[in-house]
Write a protein that binds this ligand. Structure first.
Ligand code: KIV
Ligand code: NA
Length: 257
């Protein structure tokens, strides 16, 4: 049975932590789905596996191309597509157009966008009214890199209050879930206790309703990871070893047998 946005809210009510990871193609998405991940995010963080230094340059067309590939690999998990930088901030019409393309062209069930109050409240409300489930994202929002850097957010009492009230406003706008990125664990706990919708944390402590990590970090695919990531395996080493073994066997005429 495919996971629905309603079911994620039930998981929260049942105290069952939600497992989320990112994917950028069919092969990876299929592995994550069969492994039992609840939510697969086609995050604009895939920018790093495509060789961009930030998430700013990736286009909607690039995101949709990858989202289609991911969608083909998924039978159970809820698939959420990130709307990239400046494909939704300009106007509600622009957001509707971009989100509509993400849903209609890829088969994903929901979109995610960054930002809080007041910027995204009306936008989310309108997308939800149109039948598009929206995941919100506050705290460290990497599309605002040039304004806020990649630092932890919500460190002062004032900043923490702002994020807390943003989260409430985004729930009221109709978001089905919210990503809390790189904020203090006690703030994430307060938000998690206050909201009916599930909070999905990344660098936000253990008390969120679920956790998400960027899969290239989890797998050790790239040279560096953010401080809050955990590298569960080192695929760089595994792949390097396989490629070196193949190279030796070709050069020594041992492959094929
Ligand atoms: O793009 C992404 O991977 C994200 C997650 C970190 C939530 O937005
Ligand atoms: Na993102």
């Amino acid at each position: 049975m495919p996971v629905t946005t309603q079911q994620l809210i039930q998981f929260k009510q049942q105290g069952r932590p939600i497992v989320a990871l990112t994917a950028w193609d069919y092969a990876l998405a299929q592995i994550l789905d069969v492994a039992g991940v609840d939510l697969i995010l086609v995050g604009d963080s895939m920018s790093v596996v495509l060789g961009y230094e930030t998430t700013l340059p990736i286009t909607l067309d690039e995101m949709l191309y990858h989202a289609k590939s991911v969608r083909r690999g998924v039978k159970r998990a809820l698939v959420v597509v990130d709307l990239p930088f400046l494909t939704y901030q300009e106007s509600i019409q622009q957001a509707m157009h971009s989100a509509g393309r993400a849903i209609k062209e890829t088969g994903a069930q929901a979109v995610k966008l960054e930002g809080g109050y007041p910027a995204m409240v009306e936008t989310i409300a309108r997308l939800v009214q149109a039948g598009i489930p929206v995941m919100a994202h506050v705290g460290l929002t990497p599309q605002s890199l040039h304004q806020i850097g990649l630092r932890q957010q919500g460190k002062t009492e004032e900043a923490a209050q702002r994020i807390f009230h943003e989260a409430i406003a985004l729930e009221q706008a109709g978001a089905f879930s919210i990503v809390l990125e790189h904020i203090p664990a006690d703030l994430a706990l307060q938000i998690t206790q206050k909201l009916r919708i599930p909070t999905i944390g990344i660098g936000a402590g253990v008390n969120c309703d679920g956790q998400v990590l960027v899969t290239s970090d989890v797998l050790g695919l790239l040279e560096k990871q953010p401080p809050f990531a955990k590298v569960y395996t080192n695929l760089r080493e595994t792949i390097t070893k396989a490629v070196q073994d193949f190279s030796v066997e070709v050069r020594e005429r041992k492959f094929p047998q």
